[in-house]
Ligand binder design. Structure first.
Ligand code: BES
Ligand code: MN
Ligand code: ZN
Length: 517
């Protein structure tokens, strides 16, 4: 948890009080029994159908619950809610629609999140009846994870907020296998919560505080003492000495120098090649000399969401002691216009020796990833390398905000990622990288250029094709463009408005595939 500005950023940043981090909803587990009093949450099927313990609760209220559902014309659609106070023997009842019935872990997480948001501010702990989802063993575990993820908020900068923040009441999830559900939650569930929260906190932090140096320090502090994890930070001198001209060049216009951070987790066999997540970590993207218009530029404080998702994923793997070797490589820089900044038309030499004609300094994510990806392959010889980046506005135009773009030439990996995304609730959609797109970035004066001619090829694929120039033939590779999915504008059950932490749950699912063998 990020709570302090622990070094000198600037006098002004130091004078900021950090926000009042709202506590996530506490959860507990209890052996399922018939609810007969107090504060309760109950699932409701189509047309107000009550079954199991919810039906028992209705009986305990002499039918008051079903009469209320009738009067309110409750259809039972998924996520529909109705709150009753002083209903029969109950002080408060939250009724939550479950539609045609819940199937997956994701459905249960959403249910848990609805239970959390619908009981916000309740004066006492509430007992939650958990519906049976067809495909899930420990339903209560998943519902509790949903409650934790859904009750996240970053808080506000300001004195007033702190006093108001009353500690939230617990949700007590009822389960026939309460002990098992609790054990699974305390290990896997809290590991996911830790990874997602860490990523969201990093993404939400404004960029006057969030420099590459600050971000590297947060990683060092968060992982200090976490078993199996080693953190390495390369500073600007080491970045330059290693010949990372693309990462170095991108950060050159900022007074806050770049960093390369590696978070290595060893939970698998000794000497087993790791899976590598390489994240774009632009702590602010002004566009550089190819400066962006101001409209929405504030959003570019989240341009390190790929790095945050990668770091969060390693935290999750380490906390649940996953039997896998994995590493996150964060390519951190600030993209600023300045007398020392790179210009359109400049040529940079990357660590691999490949040269880049920079035709647009706003196509900077691919620059830092080129060096990050090459360094990751040279250092770890990974058995899978994934780049994850808020890379292009074009992917938002193509896919919107529900799916991240998936790019790979490997059919098996494509299927694996699409499935994992579905299971994790971080959905992907595959986009192509054709020969014509690869051709579109050939440069007259360097090996490649960082953008194509206007209209020569689809923008998100151009970014992917560029990064693929740094993939070694022996490295299985996937690129993810999360520009549309990193930030949630409206709010969904387990993703409140704001930073999503996209990648944490997906990479946790991916790691499970490598743990199995
Ligand atoms: N960080 C942006 C992409 C982005 C856009 C992220 C919207 C989140 C929301 C990236 O660095 C960028 O500026 N991309 C350019 C690339 C172009 C110059 C080829 C873009 O998409 O316009
Ligand atoms: Mn940019
Ligand atoms: Zn960017």
């Amino acid at each position: 948890m990020i709570r302090k500005v622990s070094f000198s950023v600037s006098a002004f940043a130091l004078s900021l009080a950090m926000p009042a981090f709202a506590d996530l909803r506490p959860v507990d587990f209890e052996k399922a029994s018939r609810p007969s009093k107090g504060f309760v949450v109950l699932p409701v099927g189509r047309d107000g159908a009550l079954t199991g313990l919810a039906k028992d609760a209705d009986k305990a209220s002499d039918g008051a619950l079903s009469r209320a559902l009738d009067l309110a014309k409750f259809t039972g659609e998924t996520g529909q809610t109705l709150t009753l106070y002083d209903a029969g023997p109950f002080e408060a009842v939250l009724l939550v629609g479950t539609g045609e019935g819940l199937q997956t872990a994701r459905d249960l997480r959403d249910y848990g999140a609805h239970a959390a948001s619908g009981t916000k501010g309740w004066a006492k702990p509430a007992k939650v009846v958990v519906p049976d989802a067809a495909d899930v063993a420990l339903d209560a575990t998943e519902a509790a994870i949903g409650a934790r993820l859904g009750s996240y908020s970053f808080g506000k900068w300001g004195a007033a907020e702190k006093d108001e923040a009353a500690a939230p009441q617990a949700l007590i999830f009822l389960s026939p296998k309460a002990a098992d559900a609790e054990a699974a939650f305390r290990t896997d569930g809290e590991a996911i919560r830790a990874g997602v929260t860490f990523a969201r906190d990093l993404i939400s932090t404004p960029s006057n505080i969030k420099t590459p140096e600050w971000l590297a320090l947060q990683v060092q502090e968060e992982f200090a003492g976490v078993p199996g994890v080693t953190v390495t930070v390369l500073d600007e001198k080491q970045i330059s000495d290693l010949g990372m001209g693309a990462l170095y060049g991108t950060g050159q216009g900022s007074t806050r120098p770049p960093r390369l951070v590696a978070i290595e987790y060893k939970g698998g066999k000794d000497g087993d090649a790791p899976i590598a997540f390489v994240g774009k970590g632009i702590t602010f993207d002004t566009g550089g000399i190819s400066i962006k218009p101001n409209d929405g530029m504030w959003r570019m404080r989240t341009d390190m969401s790929g790095a945050a998702g990668s770091a969060g994923a390693i935290l999750t793997l380490a906390k649940r002691e996953a039997k896998v070797n994995a590493v996150a490589v964060l390519a951190l820089a600030e993209n600023m216009p300045d007398g020392n900044a790179i210009r359109p038309g400049d040529v940079l030499t990357s660590m691999s020796g490949k040269t880049i004609e920079v035709l647009n300094t706003d196509a900077e994510g691919r620059l830092v990833l080129a060096d990050g990806l090459w360094w990751a392959q040279e250092t770890y010889q990974p058995k899978l390398a994934v780049t994850i980046a808020t890379l292009t506005g074009a992917v938002v135009g193509a896919l919107g905000r529900e799916h991240a773009g998936l790019f790979t030439h490997d059919e098996t990996l494509a299927t694996m990622f699409l499935d994992a995304g579905g299971a994790a609730g971080e959905q992907l959609w595959r986009l192509p990288v054709t020969e014509a797109t690869v051709e579109s970035i050939r440069s007259d004066i360097a090996d490649v250029k960082n953008i194509a001619e206007q209209g020569a090829a689809p923008g998100a694929s151009v970014g992917a094709a560029f990064i693929m120039e740094w993939v070694k033939p022996e490295t299985p590779f996937v690129h993810l463009d999360i520009a549309g999915t990193a930030w949630e504008n409206a709010g969904r059950p387990t993703e409140p408005k704001g930073a999503v932490g996209f990648g944490v749950r997906l990479f946790d699912e991916i790691a499970r595939k490598y743990e199995a063998d």
